[in-house]
Design a protein around this ligand. Structure first.
Ligand code: AMP
Ligand code: ZN
Length: 114
């Protein structure tokens, strides 16, 4: 997607503070962090949101979770704990229409949401 900011980050056309990258996914620090540790994990291929995941593209979501622990370890929150959230659509507050998983940690986030 030529006008997608996360596609541009994945392709290296827009700088980002990348913390993990392989052939399928990358992770980078959120530009407006909502926790001491706040990274975004994305598939490099454009998928708009959770609604758009298909049998053909679902494997990359497993790949993201296969590496989430390693990314959390790199960011120093694997032992203390972290939350992974993906917003889908307007009620969830999704602002970037490229599937992404927020990895949040570094503080006690309590028991709510969720
Ligand atoms: P969401 O509201 O779930 O769509 O999350 C989008 C996230 O992308 C927000 O937390 C933004 O702060 C973050 N974001 C937007 N642009 C950038 C960027 N260029 N680099 C890093 N994070 C970004
Ligand atoms: Zn995209």
């Amino acid at each position: 997607m030529s006008d997608c900011i996360f596609c541009k980050i994945a392709e290296g056309q827009i700088p980002a503070s990348k913390v993990y990258e392989d052939e399928l996914i990358c992770a980078f620090n959120d530009i407006s962090p909502q926790a001491p540790v706040h990274a975004l994990i994305i598939p490099k291929a454009h998928i708009a949101d959770a609604n758009s995941i298909t049998e053909q593209t679902a494997a990359v979501v497993g790949h993201i979770f296969a590496h989430a622990g390693e990314i959390a370890e790199k960011l120093g929150v694997a032992a203390s704990g972290y939350r992974i959230i993906s917003n889908c659509g307007s009620d969830a507050g999704q602002t970037v229409a490229h599937l992404h998983f927020h990895l949040l940690g570094g503080k006690d986030m309590g028991e709510k949401l969720v």
